[in-house]
Structure formats: C-alpha cells, structure tokens
Ligand binder design. Structure first.
Ligand code: XMP
Ligand code: MG
Length: 190
C-alpha cells in the first residue's frame, strides 16, 4: 500500500512518485460536481457521454452521485501523436450508439491537456444538434492549454505533469488505481 493510508493500490505503489489527489478528495469533488449539475439540470434528463477509456471510472462514480435520471453513452477517440501528448488530429474508434439530437448532452472527460481532443469532440457532437452540450472534466492542466474550450464544470486544475490513476493510464496500466498520482521517472525508461 502507499504510505499514508491511501487504501488499496493494486500493487502499483512502488511505481508511484507522489499522490496528487487521494481517493477521498476525488470522491468529495464528484459529490460536489454532481450536486451542481443536479441543480443546473433539474427537471431535465441528462445524457452523459463518456470518453473512453479514461472517463470510465469518473462516469461510474459521477452517474451514481448525480441525483437525476441519466442515460449513458460512450465514445472512443484516438488522437494521433505520442502516447503522452496529442496532436489534435482525431479519429473515431467507437461512435455513440444513439442519436443525440434534442438531448441534453454532458460530456465527461478525464482530463483536458492541450484541449485539442475536446475541441474536436465538441465540434463533432455539436453538429449532431443536441438541445444542449456541456463538458464536465475531472482534471484540467491550465498550463498545457493550446486551444480554449468552453468547459462548464471542472474538478481540479493540476500542474502540467503526466498523471495516472482513476482511469488515466500509462501504456494501459494504472487505470484501476483509486487515486491520481505521478510516476517515478524510472517507470518511463524501463
Ligand atoms: P488533449 O491534449 O487533447 O489530451 O487535451 C486529452 C487526452 O490526452 C490524454 N492525457 C493524459 N493521459 N495522463 C494520462 O494518462 C495525463 O497526464 C494526460 N494528459 C493528457 C488523455 O487521454 C486525454 O483524454
Ligand atoms: Mg491514455
């Protein structure tokens, strides 16, 4: 386990440099975001669109915390570029299963880094004529922003460093961590 009683770490503890956001901090923030969204969308049915795979844990906890009837859709996109940065050239790997026209769409994103992926996604979803389209991102790196994207709800602004856990991966690992942290440099070089 990670020192400081952070709970189960699935054996990843030795790879973690430091914990940025504990499981408790994340869950408290989700409760807060869900309360805000519930107020803003009162009386409406929300269609949550999760961006795979990073937003899966967020979607699961957020949907349970949100005291509104919601439906869930998922989209998978891949941005050309290296594994730790994006280029803004996006390809749809898995599209939504349903039409979103006239629906109140709330996109759930794990993290906004350059903003390029989200900017593309909002244009794409916006062209499908939803009744409304907003974004809820758990994390945002203000210092990495290359393109401004209108994000209505943000969990945490974090420093411009690569983070893993709570859905976020490095080479597909660490998504299952309940907290968010950084990796020791030697993990990248191994
Ligand atoms: P852009 O730059 O388009 O990137 O806003 C968004 C996508 O890039 C990935 N990303 C990360 N993944 N730790 C990760 O595990 C990070 O620190 C990180 N920063 C960006 C992520 O897939 C996100 O959706
Ligand atoms: Mg990734």
């Amino acid at each position: 386990a990670v020192p400081g009683g952070l709970g189960p770490d699935h054996g990843y503890g030795p790879d973690i440099h430091h914990v940025l956001l504990s499981e408790q901090q994340i869950q408290d923030k989700i409760t807060e975001l869900a309360a805000q969204v519930a107020r803003d969308y009162a009386g409406r049915e929300v269609l949550l669109v999760g961006v795979l795979k990073g937003a899966v844990l967020f979607m699961s906890d957020f949907a349970r915390a949100l005291q509104l009837p919601t439906q869930m859709e998922f989209m998978a996109v891949s941005s050309y570029g290296s594994s730790t940065s994006s280029s803004g050239v996006v390809r749809i790997l898995k599209d939504l299963d349903r039409d979103i026209s006239d629906r109140h769409v709330l996109v759930l994103e794990d993290i906004i880094d350059s903003g390029l992926t989200l900017s593309w996604l909002l244009k794409n979803l916006g062209s499908r004529r939803p009744a409304s389209l907003e974004v809820c991102a758990l994390l945002r790196k203000p210092d990495a922003i290359k393109v401004e994207v209108p994000v209505r709800y943000v969990g945490f602004d974090i420093p411009n460093e690569f983070v893993v856990g709570y859905g976020l991966d490095y080479a597909e690992r660490y998504r299952d961590l309940p907290y968010i942290g950084t990796l020791k440099p030697e993990v990248y070089s191994d």
